[in-house]
Write a protein that binds this ligand. Structure first.
Ligand SMILES: [Zn+2]
Length: 433
C-alpha cells in the first residue's frame, strides 16, 4: 500500500505526540502574542502559554465556536494581512451571517497535502481520472478536492454540480475511475443513469467514491457499493478547518487525522470534559499550523468517537469514526434523543425500503409527533393495501425498537421525495417554524 508521506503517516505514536506538543505550544505563544482575539480569550480563561506543559494541557485552552467567526465577520480573527492571503472561501450560514475563511499559500499547501495523503491511502494516484462533482466556488468541496487530486498526479474532471446527464456521459466517455460528491448525489446519478438506459456498474470505469459533505451510514455504504459496483469512502472536514480534509483509508474504518496538522479531542458536549477513545462525544479540533485563520479547540458540533490504536493499514495517526450526528441536529422527541442517522440506519436494514426518507416533527397538543416518510423500492411498491400495511407495520416496529420512541410511517412511491444535489435536508422540524 502506497504512502504519500511515510515519515508522518508511520511515525511512532510517542513521537507524534511530542511533535503535537511542540506545535501546540508554539501556536499558543503565537496567538497570545499576535492575536487580540485569542489573547483576550486566554486572559478570560486565566491561561498563559507557559501553562501548556504537556499535550493534555490543551484542555486548559479556551474553546472556539462557529458563532465566534460570525461575530467577527468578515475577517477580524484573521492573523494574516490581506496581502498575505491567496484565497477566500465563504460558507453560507443557515442562520445569520456567513463565515469567511482566508488562506495563505502555506494554508493551501497543508490542506492539499492532507488530501494527497488521504487519496493515496485509498489507492488513487497517477492514471486515475477523478471526477469532482462537488460545487466549485465559495464552497470548499470542489476546489479542495481538485487540488488534492492534481497533487497526487491524477487527472481531474471538474464537473462541479448539476447537469447530471452530461456528468454521466463525461464519466463514461473520459473513463472516470473515481468520483467525489455527496452520497445523495451519487445515488441520484445512479438513478438518472438507469433512466438513460445505462448502468454505472457495467458501463463505466468508476470504482471509487469519495463521499462527504453530509452524514451517511454503513448500511448506505453497502447499498452504494453493491448497486454501483464501487468502493465508497467517507471524507470529513468543514470550511473552518480548511475544507474536506480527512478521508478514510483502505480499511474503511474511520478518518485518519494527520497529527502534524490537527489535534483531535472528543469531549462531552455538556460537561466539556475530555472523553476516552471509543466514547462518543463532540469532535473538537485544533488546527496546528494554520496561518490565516487559526483554530484552537474548535467545537465542530459533530458527534463521533475516536480510535487511537494503530490502524490495520499501518498508519499510526489516530482516526475519527463515522459521524453519528450533530449536537444541534439531535432531535428531542418526547424527551428522547433521536439522530436522523439512527432513523437511516434502521430503515436501510429493511429490504423493501429505498434510499430516500424524510422526517417531519410536529407538536400536536402537548406532545411531539414524529412522521417518517419512506420511499419504497420500485419492486416493493404494490397496489395491494394489505401488502403495504404489512411493510408499514414492520417499518414502525423497527423504528420503535431502535429509537425507543413511536413514529408514524407513511410509505410513498419511489421517486416522490425531493432530491438534493448538495446537502440533503432530511428533517423538517415544524416545532421551530
Ligand atoms: Zn488506516
Amino acid at each position: 500500500m502506497a504512502l504519500w508521506d511515510p515519515r508522518i503517516e508511520e511515525m511512532p505514536q510517542e513521537d507524534l505526540r511530542k511533535m503535537q506538543y511542540k506545535l501546540l505550544k508554539s501556536l499558543a505563544y503565537r496567538l497570545y502574542s499576535f492575536s487580540p482575539f485569542y489573547h483576550d480569550r486566554m486572559k478570560e480563561q486565566n491561561v498563559h502559554p507557559d501553562d501548556i506543559r504537556e499535550l493534555a494541557d490543551v484542555k486548559k485552552l479556551p474553546f472556539m465556536f462557529k458563532r465566534d467567526l460570525r461575530d467577527n465577520y468578515p475577517d477580524r480573527i484573521f492573523t494574516a494581512t490581506q496581502d498575505e492571503l491567496v484565497r477566500y472561501h465563504v460558507s453560507s450560514g443557515t442562520t445569520g451571517k456567513p463565515t469567511v475563511v482566508g488562506y495563505t499559500q502555506k494554508d493551501l499547501d497543508l490542506w492539499t497535502t492532507s488530501l494527497a495523503r488521504g487519496l493515496t491511502s485509498i489507492g488513487l494516484g497517477r492514471g486515475d481520472v477523478i471526477q469532482v462533482s462537488y460545487g466549485y466556488g465559495l464552497f470548499t468541496g470542489g476546489l479542495g478536492m481538485h487540488y488534492g487530486a492534481e497533487r497526487i498526479g491524477a487527472t481531474v474532471l471538474p464537473t462541479s454540480v448539476g447537469n447530471t446527464e452530461r456528468q454521466i456521459e463525461l464519466m463514461q466517455d473520459l473513463g472516470a475511475t473515481a468520483i467525489a460528491c455527496t452520497p445523495s448525489y451519487l445515488l441520484h446519478m445512479g438513478e438518472v443513469a438507469e433512466k438513460m438506459g445505462m448502468s454505472i456498474r457495467k458501463d463505466t470505469r468508476l470504482r471509487t467514491g469519495i463521499l462527504g459533505a453530509e452524514p451517511w451510514t454503513e448500511k448506505m455504504r453497502v447499498r452504494i457499493e453493491d448497486w454501483l459496483g464501487i468502493k465508497a469512502y467517507d471524507i470529513y472536514g468543514t470550511s473552518e478547518l480548511s475544507g474536506p480534509m480527512f478521508t478514510e483509508c483502505s480499511e474503511q474504518n474511520g478518518f485518519h487525522v494527520w497529527s502534524d496538522l490537527a489535534l483531535v479531542e472528543i469531549i462531552d458536549p455538556k460537561t466539556e470534559e475530555p472523553l476516552e477513545p471509543g466514547e462518543s462525544g463532540e469532535v473538537t479540533i485544533t488546527i496546528l499550523q494554520k496561518e490565516a485563520l487559526p483554530m484552537i479547540r474548535y467545537r465542530i458540533g459533530d458527534i463521533a468517537a475516536m480510535d487511537d490504536a494503530v490502524c490495520a493499514c499501518g498508519r499510526t495517526n489516530p482516526r475519527i469514526h463515522r459521524i453519528q450526528g450533530r449536537v444541534d441536529d439531535m432531535l428531542i422527541i418526547r424527551g428522547i434523543n433521536v439522530f436522523p442517522s439512527q432513523v437511516e440506519h434502521a430503515l436501510m436494514a429493511i429490504p423493501e425500503v429505498g434510499q430516500h426518507f424524510q422526517i417531519v416533527v410536529e407538536r400536536k397538543g402537548a406532545l411531539d409527533d414524529m412522521l417518517v416518510r419512506v420511499e419504497l423500492k420500485k419492486e416493493s411498491f404494490s397496489d395491494k393495501i394489505t401488502d403495504l400495511m404489512k411493510i408499514r407495520q414492520n417499518v414502525e416496529h423497527r423504528l420503535r425498537n431502535s429509537l425507543n420512541v413511536n413514529a408514524d410511517v407513511e410509505l410513498v412511491e419511489p421517486g416522490s421525495l425531493p432530491r438534493f444535489e448538495g446537502k440533503s435536508k432530511k428533517v423538517i422540524d415544524k416545532r421551530s417554524l
